[in-house]
Design a binder for this molecule. Structure first.
Ligand SMILES: CC(C)(COP(=O)(O)OP(=O)(O)OC[C@H]1O[C@@H](n2cnc3c(N)ncnc32)[C@H](O)[C@@H]1OP(=O)(O)O)[C@@H](O)C(=O)NCCC(=O)NCCS
Length: 217
């Protein structure tokens, strides 16, 4: 697509990125959204990686973004490996399904690799990621919450093939998203934005199914 630039987020982009995030996530996973609050808070979290906070501009307007935090994997001997985890990732609703999300993932993964990381793991709707080389955490022996639990939505992308071979891993996410547990703070923050109707959408049920299921065989 013509007229596209990807660059690092700057401080004066913060509000535009939060607006974009709110619009892209609104009613998708729950009535309303909290991802714009997550974006707002994560920039001050110690696990946030500013070198991987990218915005995608089309004709000078921010229409996509991706942000990362550190996360960890612990092997069967208790050794920890630092990895990355992206999210939120979003594209303006009117421009979705035109591969802008793919471009953001591929661009940022090149930088992730140059920084020396070899694995990205994040929760997500598998439909968005399986064509980007992501596989079920079960295939890479990555448990979450407890040994032998392989959440359906936990997706692993080895940036160096074989990086996780030979071990059993436990995924340890960043605590950056915990801020969204504070529902009152989310509501208060949301008042800074234009009113928007909260409603049910089928994608919320899809998300419920992914969120509450695991791969067992
Ligand atoms: C998820 C999101 C970032 C993807 O970005 P995008 O630019 O729309 O996605 P892309 O065009 O790069 O396509 C991603 C993949 O989705 C799938 N896809 C494409 N069109 C689809 C459709 N109509 N329905 C379902 N899946 C589709 C495909 O697997 C596609 O990859 P492929 O065409 O190479 O096979 C974007 O849709 C978005 O912002 N959604 C709302 C916020 C969100 O859910 N963020 C992710 C949190 S997990």
């Amino acid at each position: 697509m013509d007229g596209i630039t990807i660059r690092l987020e700057k401080e004066n982009d913060y509000r535009a990125v939060e607006e974009l995030t709110r619009n892209a996530f609104w009613n998708v996973y729950k009535p309303g959204a909290d991802e714009h609050y997550f974006v707002h808070m994560m920039r001050n979290h110690p696990d946030f990686i500013p070198e991987l906070a990218f915005v995608l501009e089309k004709d000078g307007e921010i229409v996509g973004n991706i942000m990362y935090t550190k996360a960890w994997l612990e092997d069967e001997s208790g050794n920890r490996k630092e990895i990355v985890s992206f999210g939120p990732l979003c594209v303006a609703p009117s421009l979705q399904r035109q591969h802008l999300g793919k471009i953001l993932i591929e661009h940022s993964f090149e930088v992730v690799k140059k920084m020396g990381y070899d694995v990205n793991i994040n929760f997500g709707n598998p439909g968005n990621y399986v064509s980007r080389g992501f596989v079920s955490c079960k295939k890479k022996n990555v448990s979450c919450f407890q040994k032998g639990n392989f959440p359906t939505a936990l997706l692993v992308c080895e940036l160096i093939p074989g990086a996780l071979d030979g071990h059993e891993w436990m995924f340890i996410p960043s605590t950056a998203a915990d801020c969204c547990d504070d529902v009152e703070a989310v509501e208060e923050f949301d008042k800074q934005f234009a009113p928007k109707e909260k409603k049910w959408m089928p994608s919320q049920e899809e998300f419920y199914i992914y969120r509450h299921s695991s791969v067992v065989r």
